[in-house]
Structures are given as C-alpha cells and as structure tokens.
Design a protein. Structure first.
Length: 355
C-alpha cells in the first residue's frame, strides 16, 4: 500500500456510477470509481448519493452536497467522470465526453439544452483540467466552450474483460427471446443514433434472413428516437446478458450522426463481431480500419455494408479479426492509469481545502 500523500485525498464524484442503467457515461464513471481507488487506495475516496439522486434530483446533490463532502475531507481535488461537476468547488478535473447538446441541440429537450448551455461553460472555466475521450471531442469542446486545446487531455475509454467471443450467446438469446440470426445495435434511444437509417436497412436485412435488433433504454431529455416497426427493440438489456448479446450477433451497426467516442463499437469488436459504423463524429477515430465506415445518410450503402459484414465470407472474417485486434488496444486499466497520472499531477499543485 502506498504512503499517504502530503496533500488531501481526491474525491471521485460517483453520481453516475450508481445509476441503474448503464450507458457510455455510466460505464466510464463505474470503471473509474472502481479502478482508481484500486490503483491508489490511500489517495481516492468515492462520494456517491443514494440511487434516487442519480439523475435529475442529483443536480442538487452534485452542486450543493458534494462540495461540502469535499471540504470536510479536505480534498485536494474533485474528479468528475461524467460531464457535470460542482461549480462551487474550485479544484475539479472533469471528463467531458462530448458537447453534443451544444453542437446539435435538436437531439435534446429544450430544458436539457438550456441547462447544458448554462452549466458547461461555468464548469469549463472552473476546471483545472478537462478530460475527454477522443481528438474529435477535444476539437469540439475547444470550439464550443472556448477552452484552449492544451488544457484538454484525451483519454480513450476501454473494453471490459467480459466482452469476448466466449461470452454466453445462447443464454442471452434464450433470455431475450432471440431465435433468428440478428444484426445488433446498442445505444440509448435518440435521434442522434439515426433511427431512420436503422429503419431503412431493416428490410434488406430481413430479406437476407437477419433480424435487426436494438438494445438500449430511453431517457426523457432525448429527442427524435422514433424509428420503424421492423426494428426489434429490446429496451434496456441488463449487464448480465449484454456481453452474450454482442457475442451472438452476426454484425454490429452504429449509424450515429454524432458520437464522442463510440464505446459499443469496441465492445462488439471485442466480442468478435464485425462492425459497420458511421463515418461521422469520432467513430472513424475509434474504429480505425477495423470497421466498414459509411455515410449515415446513405442507407443503400449502409445496407450493402451490413450484408457484407453479416454474411459468411472473407469480409466477415477480415472484420472479425481486425476488430479483435483493434479492441485489444483499448483497456480500462490503461485509461485508469493515464487518468491517475493526470489527477495526481494536478492534485500535487493544489492545497487542501481551507489552506
């Protein structure tokens, strides 16, 4: 066990980590809340509200209660891994995964956009450092919030070890009632995920013998989530079955109009599933040459790419092998170590509260 540092502990904002449903931001928060204290047990404390304060009601906890907890612990720093941070606390490092609500407000409710337009500039001004997940997001954060790029560190996400070709696909299929070969998409229902394109390709996939299956919950602040009735919607899939759901897919598709990173693409790759993704946002950066990248507005090209990826043949095998290799380069342990180094560097120059 490492010696206690001369500065105060780093408090991790665990609000997103206690949410019942896990999306990309929640995945990041859970991984950091678990792995950072494992790296440096004497240096980190996780502060989390009751689960009832994990969503909208949690704004009050995050802005009012968390700073008090940090002060009582004489924290040198508060690390916020899920976009929002307490404005009243002067020493924060915040992970801004994207600023899509500012760049594309049409995908969100008016109230959510207004809140983001108010809170994000204040958080960015107060933060000692900003962490984001891709070069694409770094450029967008700099443009939208006026932050100098050198103050924004890029730390890509990782892939949980549970996502692999060995995950129990049969058990997941039985639990979810999947009896036919399927192409999978995973993401919280939103217009940003391009449901119109999914609806358009469901027909050609069905003609070739594949069901298009969508997994992901809904959130009230997201807009434009409607799609065609030919897409089979599973709703939110519990963590118990998600790795197997990936592993059983013939191909994976993410035709989003905007992604700050695209973690489901890597999870699908790690499960040995060929990936077709949008050529927009951060997806080309995340997927590299291990996926077929398609203009999300070209539904004919999207359908053709999915059929190439899903059907047995050289392209299916090439994408499968390339995806496994690509996903192996992204680990949560590496993300945690990089984040730990950054936080300790920032905290080392911060005096504990009250000094």
């Amino acid at each position: 066990m490492s010696a206690m540092p001369t500065y105060g502990p780093i408090v991790i904002d665990g609000r997103a980590a206690v949410r019942a449903e896990v999306g990309g931001v929640e995945r990041w928060a859970r991984e950091m809340a678990a792995r950072l204290p494992a790296l440096e047990p004497d240096r980190y404390v996780v502060a989390a509200p009751p689960r009832g304060f994990a969503h909208r009601a949690g704004h009050l906890w995050e802005q009012a209660v968390l700073p008090v907890e940090a002060a009582l612990r004489r924290a040198s720093l508060v690390y916020c891994p899920a976009i929002l941070a307490p404005v009243a606390w002067p020493r924060t490092v915040v992970a801004l995964h994207d600023v899509v609500a500012l760049a594309h407000p049409e995908f969100y409710s008016r109230g959510y956009v207004a809140w983001q337009r108010t809170i994000l500039p204040a958080i960015a001004r107060r933060a000692r450092r900003i962490v984001t997940v891709s070069e694409f997001s770094r450029r967008e954060i700099s443009d939208q919030l006026g932050v100098e790029p050198e103050l924004i560190a890029v730390v890509p996400g990782g892939v949980d070890e549970r996502f692999s070709p060995a995950a129990d696909a049969e058990r997941a299929s039985r639990a979810l009632g999947l009896a036919r070969p399927y192409v999978l998409t995973v993401g919280t229902a939103s217009g940003r995920k391009n449901p119109e394109a999914l609806a358009a390709v469901a027909g050609p996939l069905a003609e070739a013998g594949f069901e298009l299956v969508a997994a992901g919950g809904t959130r009230g602040y997201l807009a434009g989530a409607a799609g065609g009735d030919r897409v089979r919607r599973l709703g939110y899939v519990d963590e118990e079955h998600l790795p197997g759901l990936y592993a059983g897919a013939r191909a994976f598709v993410l035709p989003s109009r905007h992604e700050g990173f695209g973690l489901p693409c890597l999870e699908a790759m790690a499960a040995g599933v060929p990936v077709v993704a949008s050529s927009h946002g951060a997806l080309p950066e995340t997927c590299g040459e291990a996926a077929l990248l398609v203009d999300p507005d070209d539904t004919a090209a999207l359908a053709a790419a999915l059929l190439r990826a899903a059907q047995e043949g050289p392209e299916h095998e090439r994408l499968r092998a390339a995806g496994l290799e690509r996903a192996a380069g992204f680990s949560w342990n590496r993300a945690a170590r990089t984040t730990n180094d950054l936080l300790l560097n920032v905290a080392g120059g911060s005096a504990p509260a009250g000094q």
